[in-house]
Design a protein around this ligand. Structure first.
Ligand code: EPU
Length: 417
């Protein structure tokens, strides 16, 4: 299964183009609804783009509008990533507050606190954050918790601040590392990516790179296909990945009884014996990723015995549990702990996707269930999985997209990722 560019690296990198006026080219951009939403946001700001997948170019020569409006932010929370770059570029930005979402409250206080440390001032009114800064100045930022988009937002401003900034307790996800590499290709001076301390030496201006920047492979897409191999007792090789980014997921799959072979940019998973129980706790990188929790749970529904999954990142990320129960899974939830008692067989049913990764877990469970499973609200999947049906079909899955119900899309609730 070929793995595409990472959604959660593409989104910050697309908006980071704002800090270097001119024409940017990005390669391995995945064909996802969220990428389309980010390109629409850039278009609204005054930055046209060509292409929406593969090779994409964005022209940030002019910014004519420094706002991320509600209609775009409610569709995709990651639109709040426009705050840091717009403040750095325009000295003023108006970004709609994203509000809560299907997986939790998800405040942005850390984004604001970090930007305040660089001299920005904020006012909240009318559902918007209104930010202003006369002169961005380097500062010391200590995040209360490692936040992925929070770290990214503040970083995209710090690269153009006068003087040095130091981030402590920064997020360490591979997507942050990719953003740092992209910013460096524009001339930014940053050290420490992949660790929890980042040093940024602000520069007066940044310039688009000549060569296209290739987005890193999607470790969550990769992990999802590995679980597809594991849950069906199959044999799947994913291609074009950074195996090092998948360590926690590979450890969990090994514990679950899979055989794993790691190549330079491939991982092969096979499962011949029974699924074994695993206990996992979601943690910031390099711990087990919350974005793989629902998919692993689908697998553990078939384990020989009892597994425990503790979700520590988001307070409401077990929305897939009642849907998995509809397929016959035996799961009890106690606060942030889900205890699954493996069953011999899941049985097909109609289930409802509630957020992106929850939808993926339902598709995975459906692959292993006896009979037909119907997953509704496919628009969640389209936000983060490129050609999911085709990729699964190519490795032998009996899966088809049987239609889009426009009424479902009209009722689309707040976007999670
Ligand atoms: N938090 C705060 N205040 C803040 C920021 C975060 O309290 O100002 C809390 C959150 O509520 C959460 C924790 O900190 O409890 C960590 O959240 P984080 O900020 O790291 O999440 P995020 O940046 O909003 C990104 C991904 C998510 C992924 C999480 C965790 C993007 C666009 N989204 O969200 O991806 O689950 O990091 O790794 O990068 C997905 O792709 O399906 C998805 C939800």
């Amino acid at each position: 299964v070929p793995i595409g560019g990472a959604k959660n690296a593409t989104l910050p990198i697309l908006v980071a183009t704002l800090v270097a006026p001119g024409e940017h080219r990005l390669a391995r951009v995945p064909d996802l609804a969220d990428v389309g939403s980010m390109l629409s946001l850039l278009g609204r700001i005054g930055c046209p783009s060509l292409g929406h997948a593969g090779l994409v170019s964005v022209d940030t020569t002019r910014v004519i509008y420094n706002e991320a409006p509600y209609d775009l932010v409610r569709k995709m929370r990651a639109s709040v990533l426009a705050l840091g770059p717009l403040l750095a570029r325009c000295g003023e930005a108006h970004v709609s507050l994203p509000g809560g979402c299907a997986i939790g409250v998800r405040p942005i206080d850390q984004h604001l606190k970090g930007l305040e440390a660089l001299g920005c001032q904020f006012e909240l009114s009318g559902g918007y954050v209104h930010g202003k800064v006369e002169k961005l100045t380097g500062g010391r930022v200590r995040f209360d918790m490692p936040t992925v988009t929070g770290t990214e937002n503040v970083l995209m401003a710090a690269v153009l601040a006068q003087g040095e900034s130091v981030f402590e307790n920064a997020a360490r996800e591979p997507e942050i590392v990719d953003l740092v590499r992209f910013l460096r290709s524009l001339g930014a001076i940053i050290e420490g990516e992949g660790s929890s301390t980042l040093h940024v030496q602000g520069v007066a201006s940044l310039t688009p790179a000549k060569a296209p920047y290739a987005i890193l492979p999607d470790r969550v897409e990769a992990g999802t296909y590995l679980v597809a191999g594991a849950i069906t007792g199959g044999d799947i090789t994913i291609q074009g990945v950074n195996p090092g980014d998948l360590s926690a997921v590979l450890d969990a799959l090994l514990s679950a009884g899979c055989t794993i072979d790691v190549g330079d940019d491939t991982v092969r998973v096979r499962r011949e014996g029974p699924v074994r129980t695993v206990n996992v706790t979601t943690e910031p990188h390099p711990g087990f990723p919350t974005d793989m929790q629902a998919q692993l749970m689908a697998l553990l529904c078939l384990a020989q015995g009892e597994s425990e999954i503790r979700e520590t990142i988001f307070e409401n990320r077990f929305m897939h549990v009642p849907e998995l129960q509809r397929l016959g899974a035996n799961i009890d939830v106690f606060g942030n702990l889900a205890r699954t008692k493996g069953v011999r067989q899941l049985t097909g049913a109609t289930v409802m996707a509630t957020d992106l990764r929850a939808s993926a877990s339902l598709v995975l469970a459906g692959l292993a269930a006896r009979g037909r499973t119907e997953v509704l609200r496919l628009y969640h999947l389209d936000r983060g999985y490129e050609r999911l049906v085709e990729k699964l079909q190519a490795v032998g899955a009996q899966v088809a997209r049987v239609g889009d119900d426009p009424r479902e899309r009209a009722g689309q609730p707040g976007a999670a990722a």
